[in-house]
Design a protein around this ligand. Structure first.
Ligand SMILES: *Cc1c(COP(=O)(O)O)cnc(C)c1O
Length: 481
């Protein structure tokens, strides 16, 4: 591993470029700009190229293999998105330019606002937030300000089901409101009696993920929204699982008042270490005046212009969002069209149900809600009969030896030993079968040779990490000492 550190490859005097002779006086670099413990590495071009290409092969990405990371929608990122995002007309502009000179970019943003509104059944959209979590934060601030405008400023609680993603309570707490947890019922839906018990005039609203992180469509969603509205609350829809329902049902039609979209999940833009995110937020007409400013409008003369909504919560980000990401997602939507997006969701749900049905048939892994059709993902359990000492973590680590990225593990929290599998629509039947075969082999190994799982992975660039020590004693930089 020594050569993982570029400093260790350095050789004094070696260079990667030949500069022409200087025709200006030499000036030394000011001493206080250089830190002696951080010398500049000296390498040839080929050494640098090999170093970074070698490192890149140790990384795992959706371009190298199957990545069924539940709730994250690690679908393939079409390469045409990269081509459009690199068009000079998009890369050579600046957000401070006079709007007259960037009408094309503003048209793209305007149409993106419109398309997301249509997909969600909502009335107005901001493209500013940089991620789903920031979209949640934005949405909660909008809900709070709308309640103040209704004369309901004393309301200070957000109800959140216990199956929620950790960002839901976190973004609520960041906005200064209180979180109240609502239990799920035996079928995985929101427990209606629990919900009713908490609905009073202190509630700003409910934050619900539908389909839920159990991979289930809440069968009572219309009733849930109706009850919240009746109590004077608003409904926030966490849109991270939109991949299951595009073109089939629109959150706005169900009673959702505000939701975020994860362009880096549903709309195929690079994700995680591969690129920045984008979390636009859509709202019903009543909430449109509170959107972050500015949004893009279209004047009567047909010019695109920056518009400040009347009671805006202000800016939540510099400029107009992650523009390059929005161009990629715009490309994806235009490439598919309305019919294609529906097909995306149908295939995502089909792939997940195929895997759930195969796992149930093979019987090695329990699937707690396997009696229901799942949406685009489902939650199994790493509880293998006859291998009681084996945990989900061991199974996940062993999957790495089969060249798969493990599914999401130990989430949602309400399912013990959870293995949350989201295949996405971009995978072939052969890939899904290959993954199932690996899970079956791992279940056999768990019974015959548990040590093999406890010590996995065996074929990865790093062996199993001591996660506790990594958290308590992180070594974040290599020093020359
Ligand atoms: C991914 C996710 C989020 C947060 O989105 P980010 O873009 O990662 O901030 C919120 N809720 C659910 C259900 C998610 O899967």
């Amino acid at each position: 591993m020594a050569d993982d550190f570029i400093y260790e490859l350095s050789s004094p005097g070696r260079v990667g470029v030949a500069l022409p002779d200087s025709d200006v006086p030499e000036t030394p670099i000011p001493a206080d700009t250089l830190r002696p413990e951080l010398p500049l590495p000296e390498l040839s071009e080929v050494d640098v190229v090999r170093h970074y290409v070698r490192l890149s092969t140790k990384n795992y990405g959706v371009d190298t293999g199957f990545y069924p990371l539940g709730s994250c929608t690690m679908k393939y990122n079409p390469k045409i998105n990269e081509q459009t995002a690199r068009l000079p007309g998009f890369t050579n502009i600046h957000p401070l330019q006079d709007p007259v000179t960037v009408q094309g970019a503003m048209q793209l943003l305007y149409e993106m606002q419109d398309m997301l509104a249509e997909i969600s059944g909502l009335d107005a959209v901001t493209l500013q937030p940089s991620a789903g979590a920031q979209g949640e934060f934005t949405g909660v601030l909008i809900m709070r300000k709308a309640q103040i405008a209704r004369g309901q400023g004393h309301r200070d609680k957000i109800l959140i089901p216990d199956s929620a993603h950790g960002t839901n309570p976190a973004s609520t707490a960041m906005s200064g409101l209180h979180v109240v947890e609502i239990a799920s019922d035996a079928d995985g839906n929101v427990d209606i009696e629990q919900l009713k018990a908490h609905l009073d005039d202190t509630v700003v609203g409910l934050m619900i993920t539908n389909p839920s992180t159990l991979g289930l469509f809440d069968q009572n969603i219309v009733e849930v929204c109706r009850l919240v509205h009746e109590a004077g609350g608003l409904v926030y829809g966490d849109g991270a699982n939109l991949n299951a329902i595009m073109g089939i049902v629109r959150p706005g039609d169900l009673g959702i008042d505000v939701m975020h979209f994860n362009l880096h999940k549903t709309f195929s833009t690079p994700h995680g270490g591969g690129g920045p995110g984008s979390g636009p937020v859509g709202v019903v007409a009543e909430l449109a005046p509170f959107l972050p400013a500015p949004v893009v409008g279209l004047s009567a003369e047909g010019e695109y212009e920056w518009v400040w909504p009347a009671q805006s919560i202000g800016r939540v980000r510099s400029f107009h969002g992650n523009f390059g990401v929005i161009v990629r997602a715009y490309t994806y939507i235009r490439m598919h069209g309305a019919v294609g997006l529906r097909r995306v969701s149908e295939d995502a749900v089909l792939n997940a149900n195929y895997m759930q049905a195969r796992l149930l048939e093979l019987g090695d892994y329990p699937v707690p809600h396997g009696d229901r059709y799942c949406m685009h993902e489902f939650v199994a359990q790493g509880k293998i009969a006859g291998a009681e000492g084996i945990h989900t973590l061991d199974i996940a680590k062993r999957l790495i030896d089969f060249d798969y990225h493990p599914p999401t593990i130990y989430f949602p929290l309400i399912v013990p030993e959870a293995l949350m599998i989201e295949p996405t629509e971009t995978e072939s039947k052969e890939t899904l079968d290959g993954f199932i075969a690996a899970l079956t082999q791992i279940a056999d190994e768990a019974r015959s040779d548990p040590e093999l799982l406890h010590t996995a992975p065996h074929h990865a660039p790093t062996r199993r990490l001591d996660e506790v020590r990594a958290a308590r004693q992180p070594i974040l930089a290599k020093t020359s000492a």
